[in-house]
Design a protein around this ligand. Structure first.
Ligand SMILES: [Zn+2]
Length: 83
């Protein structure tokens, strides 16, 4: 698992991007040039990992289409905005 920016081999920090590239993406989002939804749609950012504990994860794991907490964080298709 490495940063989504192709030449970059750093460990992702959040949203599939390393600390450096996360800063760049955040700046673009902050300047309203892009939104996280845009970046997610084109595969240049991932959805942030849900912050749930193991007990919550256990309950949610029984629900089809619940948020996966597995290591496979490749782009999940089929769900748009859920909020
Ligand atoms: Zn990077």
């Amino acid at each position: 698992m490495k940063c989504l920016y192709p030449p970059c081999t750093k460990e992702p920090k959040s949203r599939g991007l390393c600390a450096n590239h996360l800063v760049v993406a955040r700046k673009l989002v902050a300047s309203k040039k892009l939104s996280w939804a845009n970046l997610e749609a084109i595969g240049k950012a991932l959805k942030p990992k849900p912050k749930i504990g193991p007990v919550e994860a256990w309950f949610m794991s029984t629900i089809p289409n619940a948020i996966s907490t597995n290591s496979n964080l490749e782009t999940e298709k089929g769900s748009d905005e859920s909020n």
